[in-house]
Each structure stands twice: as C-alpha cells, then as structure tokens.
Design a protein around this ligand. Structure first.
Ligand code: ADP
Ligand code: MG
Length: 692
C-alpha cells in the first residue's frame, strides 16, 4: 500500500478541484474557502458538474447533503444523480442541488425553535469542508437551518464562531501592525475508545441499549498494573487499527498516533490538527468509521464516556490554537514570552475568557455519560481552571505579584543514555489533571466526552475568545502610548483573573475547597451545569458575537437537558428490566439450587449439612430482597420525575441516578456470590479480556 497515493483518494480536494474546474471558477472557490468570501452563485453549476463527474468516476451513484443536527451524530438523505432525459437516464447534479437541499426534517431536535407544522429545514453547502465519496455516495458537508433562519445544527454556529474570532483576532493583530487575511482556530482532537468482542457485547442489553454497563462487579484484574497503557497491540486490535487508518487516510483524515490507553480494552487515536471546521467534520466521520470498521472485525467500538465502572472512562482532548493564514501561531510564546507583548495579551485574554465564561465552558461538555468522568479522579474535575506550566506560570505569577521575572531557560537535558542526543527539556511539563492546560503552543481542553461532537466546545471557545479580544481592542484602540497601555491592560487582566490559574494537582483533595474559596464554579452534574446557559451574561456573549440568538441559546440548553433526562430514563428502564427479568430470577434460581443441595445433603445425613451452604443461601436471599426494594424505589422515583427540562433533569441527577447506584451496588455484590452458571450475562472479565 502506498500511503501517499491512498491519502485523500476519496476526497474532492484542492488538487482535484484545480484539475477539474475552469481556472476562474477554481480561483473564486479558493477565495471562498480560504478567506470566507461569499460563494459566487454563478460558479455553482460548474463546481456541481465537476464534483458529479469526479464522484461518478469514483463509483458514486448518489449524493447527500451531510449535516450535523443537534444530536451528536451526523445525518444524511441520499438522492440519486439520475434524471430522465427522454426515455434515457442521465446523471446530473445541478448548481442548486449542490448549494441547497430541503430535507423534510421535522423529527430532529430543535428545542422548540421550530413547530412540527413548519418543519421545513434547509441544508446549505459548506465549501470550506471538502466533499468526499463514501460507499457509492458523494457526501457534501452542509449546514442545517430552519425556514426562518434559525440554526438547527452544530456547523452553522461553529462557522459563525470562527468568523467572530477571525474578525476580533484580526482587529487585535492590527494593534501590533500585523495585517492578517484570516485568523482561524486549529483543533486536534485525541479520541479515546474501547474495543470489545461482538458476541460478548450482544449478550449485554445495557451495552446495546445505553452504551454502558449498568451492572458488573470489578474483575480481579483492572488497570492497577498499568500494563495496558502503551502496551503491545493485540492481533485483532492491530488489524482493526490498520484498517481504520487506511480508511481514514482515504478520506483525507490525518490519523497519526494510535496506542493502547490506561484501561484494559481501551485505545486512543490522534489525528494531526487542522482548521476547526474540518477537524469537527473529520472527528464525526472518524467516530462513525470506528464503529463500522470494528464490526467488520467482529468487534464493537464503544464510544461511551464510561462503559465500565472501576476503570477509566473515555474522553477527547481538544487541542486548540489559533493561527493566521501565513502560519503564525498566536499561542506560540517564542523564546522570551515575558517580552512578547502580543503573546502575553492574547494569553491574558484567553485566561480572562475562561474565567468569565467558566460556567458555559463546563456546560458545553456536560452529558449523562460525561458526568461519570468529570470529578471522578480520572478526568479533570468539574471545576474549570487553567494550567500554565512552569515557565509561563512563573511569568504570570511575577506579573500578578508585581515582581521582576527572572527567566528560567530550558535546560539541556539528557535521557541518561550515553549515546542519546542531548535535548532541551520542555518548559511546559505535562499536567494531566488540568481541564485547560497550556501545552507549548496550544491549549488542551480535556473535559470533552468521547462520544460528543467537538463542535460544541469549540463554538464556546471561539466565542469567548472573540469577546475577550474585542474587549481588549476596544480598550486599547487609539491609545497614545500603545506599548504601555497594552502592558497595563495585560497586567490588569491577569490580576483580575488570577483565581482561574491553578498549576497543581487537580485530583488532590485540597483543590475543591480551595476552588470554592476562590469562588470558582463546581457543577458536578449536567443538570447543575447546563442552566449556566440561561444566565444573561452567558446568553449575551453569544448574541454579541453573532453566534446564537437568545432563542437559539435557550433551545440548545433545553435540548442538552432533555437529552440528559432521556438518557437517564433509558438507563433506568434498562436497569429495571435487567433487574426484574434477569438478575432477580437468576439469584432466586441459584438460591433454590442451594436449598435443594442443602435438603439433599440433609436427606443423606444431618452430618453432611453444611452451614456454609445455608449462610450463602440466606445472604443471597437477604440481598435479593433488598435488591427488589431498591428497584421498587427506583421505579417509584422515576415515575415521579416532574415535567419541564430543568426540574426533570434535577430529579434525574439527584434522585434517580443515586437510586441506580444503589440497585447496582447490591447486584454487583450478588454477582460475586452467585454461581457463574446462573449469572445471566457476561461479566467484566469476559467483556474486557476476550479480544485476543
Ligand atoms: P499529547 O497531548 O498526548 O502529549 P501531542 O502534544 O503530541 O499529544 O498532541 C496532541 C494533539 O495536539 C495532536 O492531535 C496534534 O495534532 C494537536 N496539535 C498540535 N499542535 C496544535 C495546534 N497548533 N493547534 C491545534 N492542535 C494542535
Ligand atoms: Mg492530550
């Protein structure tokens, strides 16, 4: 296999465009793609025709407007290129069909922005993300809006947030004499996932219906030996990864790094970063292909944030930076950050934005699945803070304290092997416990859940950064002595947002009380986190930056709460079914067997009667009784969940979820005591260790 030939072979990329489009058409399209210039409708027919010819040459018969409704998934409706021409068939894609589509899309969540009777939704081509051919269909990335123009998807607001950031960052750069044509954010999302055997998976209703195990005692061996992390890939896993890589490359996705993660059966894939919009589309496609290709290998890819209790869950690290069209990375501190006024101002703006909008930054990654991770000693805590590393931390400290900064140069280091090259030790060491860590020339936002779309956090990041840049420019534009004014503004920002900076262990027991003292938010559940979106200052930032209207912010927050409530309800119902129909009878069956063993022994001789048999039968009977009581409590509480997004989600978080915890606790206790012949589904041992 030739990787360079394979790479992008299914993509209508720049090279294909250049070769297949008339020169003027190509130039005009490039301007739209690179500078965000409005698309010239006059070129649509030519582009559509070239795209269709290319797609047909790749075996496509259909095309689809590919969009991202307010689920975490993508949506597609396929239309054939075929059209009648007399009694013959011709293949055609008109300019209009490329640019707009009109799926009857009344069943997508809209959070009340659209009545079902006015269901019309439009898809519109996003030329900044390349089209591709997959399984006989040409995929055209599109945004999805309602008849009245409200956004119904994740791409439209993402593009708007990128425009807001572009506008404000360019204004800011102008203060430093830099005329950029475009500033775009770049994202590299590291994706964690689990792979388990398909046969074992099929026997677990909870995994099939909810994506996670609702029951399961911990196996004798979990992740404590830390031997899975970066361990040798198992045969089937290696084959899956190879197949996945090749497929991703063919779609122009720069899949770069793959390795085993901390938990047994857990893995990670990291692509090379790219423009945010493309990174989001690529990540959606990556998740879809992971699931599909796993199936081919008789495996199941679990993207849930917490498939298994007691071992690590899966997240997604959103590496985020911003750079100009000429490749200047605005988060690159350079050799001497302390004298780099531009970098220090931008850094201070990002810190201020994260502090001011910590509520929505936390809220945008909230979901039923992610609630199991954040704050659970494996992912960052639910408290937002910023980690700067030693060098920047010391610079910022000295500014806040009003002291002179004494540069601590990166020291030449050695890995202690005589023949090894000398290399400078990184000045920003890794801090794995921070939710928002500066890592060299980018920030790494680590709170994302593994199955969530990366669009949401980037919409928020871009919007709040744009706001902070805009505030800075408003304050500094026209300053008589710009360098002095800039220095003062940077200092003030850092001083007034010092509370958000935390350079120590975020898992430590001291952090929570300290964060509380600093007045930082600590919203542990989705139900508590998401209402942050309703606060006027948070609605305001989206409205001012032109990303969402007030109505759209409310709609999105309500959808997030609704999704949360629905997910927990599905989990609770699945749990009840498994409890009543599988676990309870199984334990009873085993107790009955124990009882018949006891009476059989007694029939032979009183001496044979083992008290251990009786103790076990009694213990299990007592446990099973209290199990049923716990299930009944869960059923009752579930039936009493009030209406309305906020009250319903709060009841789920604070009553139903704890009830489920109790049901599970007793079941897992019984699992350890019940004969494996009777236990009704595969255990953690089988789930985690059956892929060879
Ligand atoms: P780790 O966090 O595991 O140590 P790396 O530092 O190698 O990993 O990078 C992780 C991710 O960060 C990769 O996907 C990489 O492409 C991405 N990345 C690197 N530079 C940037 C940047 N300027 N903007 C956005 N993402 C970046
Ligand atoms: Mg990382």
């Amino acid at each position: 296999m030739n990787v360079t030939e394979l790479f992008g072979c299914n993509v209508f990329n720049d090279e294909v465009m250049k070769n297949s489009l008339p020169k003027e058409v190509y130039k005009s399209l490039r301007r739209t793609i690179e500078e965000g210039a409005p698309l010239d409708p006059g070129i649509a027919s030519a582009v559509a025709n070239a795209m269709k010819d290319w797609a047909v040459s790749k075996g496509a018969t259909h095309y689809t407007h590919w969009f991202q409704p307010l689920t975490n998934l993508t949506a597609e409706k396929h239309d054939c290129f075929i059209e009648p021409d007399g009694d013959r068939a011709i293949l055609r894609l008109t300019g209009r069909s490329l640019i707009v589509g009109e799926p009857d899309a009344s069943s997508f969540p809209s959070g009340g922005t659209r009545a079902t009777s006015a269901a019309r939704g439009y898809t519109a081509w996003d030329p900044t993300s390349p089209a591709f051919v997959k399984e006989g269909t040409l995929y055209i990335p599109t945004i999805f809006v309602s008849y009245t123009g409200e956004t119904l998807d994740k791409k439209a607001p993402l593009l708007k947030s990128m425009t807001a950031l572009d506008t404000q960052a360019k204004r800011l750069l102008k203060l430093f004499g830099i005329e950029a044509r475009r500033v775009a954010t770049t994202v590299g999302p590291e994706q964690e996932y689990f792979l388990i055997d398909e046969d074992v998976y099929e026997q677990r209703k909870d995994l099939v219906l909810t994506g996670r195990t609702l029951f399961g005692a911990p196996p004798a061996r979990g992740q404590e030996l830390e031997d899975h992390y970066f361990g040798v890939l198992k045969g089937r896993v290696a084959e899956f990864m190879r197949d996945l890589d090749e497929t991703l490359w063919s779609y122009g996705i720069f899949s770069k790094t793959k390795h085993n993660e901390v938990a047994p059966a857990q893995h990670e894939l990291a692509p090379v970063f790219t423009t945010t919009n493309i990174a989001v589309d690529s990540n959606q496609l990556t998740m879809e292909l992971m699931k599909k290709i796993a199936k081919k290998h008789h495996l199941v890819c679990l993207l849930h944030e917490k498939p298994f209790e007691g071992i690590n869950g899966s997240g997604k690290h959103n590496n985020w930076s911003l750079s100009t069209d000429t490749g200047l990375n605005l988060l690159d501190p350079g050799e001497n950050p302390e004298t780099n006024a531009r970098f220090m101002l931008i850094l201070a703006c990002v810190i201020a934005a994260v502090d001011d909008y910590q509520g929505i930054l936390r809220a945008c990654v909230a979901s039923a699945g992610n609630d199991h991770r954040l704050g659970a000693n494996e992912a960052p805590p639910a408290i937002i803070s910023v980690y700067l590393g030693d060098q920047l931390g010391a610079i910022v400290d000295s500014i806040i304290m009003g002291r002179t900064y004494v540069p601590k140069k990166a020291v030449p280091g050695s890995i202690g092997v005589p023949s090894s090259p000398i290399f400078p030790i990184d000045t920003t060491d890794r801090n794995r416990t921070s939710p928002f860590a500066f890592t060299g020339n980018k920030f790494e936002f680590r709170m994302l859940g593994s199955q969530a779309s990366v669009a949401d956090p980037n919409i928020v990041l871009n919007t709040i950064a744009a706001q902070a840049f805009s505030d800075a420019v408003d304050a500094l534009e026209g300053a008589k002595d710009f360098p002095a004014a800039c220095k003062k503004y940077t200092e003030q920002l850092l001083k007034s947002h010092a509370r958000i900076i935390f350079n120590y262990n975020g898992y430590g027991p001291d952090w929570e009380p300290e964060a509380e003292r600093r007045g930082l938010l600590n919203n542990k559940t989705t139900a508590d986190a998401v209402p942050e979106f309703f606060k006027p200052e948070n609605v305001g930032v989206f409205v001012r930056q032109g990303v969402y209207t007030e109505k759209e912010v409310f709609a999105r927050a309500n959808i997030a709460l609704e999704n949360y409530t629905k997910s927990i309800r599905i989990e609770a119902l699945t749990m009840i079914e498994m409890a009543r129909r599988d676990i309870w009878p199984a334990v009873n069956g085993y107790v009955a067997e124990l009882c018949s063993v006891i009476s059989a022994k007694r029939a032979v001789s009183e001496k044979l009667t083992s008290s251990a048999d009786m103790v076990l039968a009694e213990t299990l009977t007592t446990l099973n009784d209290s199990f049923l009581t716990a299930v009944e409590k869960l059923e009752k509480d579930l039936s009493e969940v009030p209406a309305g997004e906020v009250p319903a989600s709060l009841a789920m978080a604070h009553t139903v979820v704890p009830d489920m915890g109790e049901v599970r606790r007793i079941a897992d206790e019984m699992e350890k005591l019940t004969s494996s012949d009777y236990w009704p589904f595969p255990t953690y041992y089988e789930l985690l260790y059956s892929v060879k």
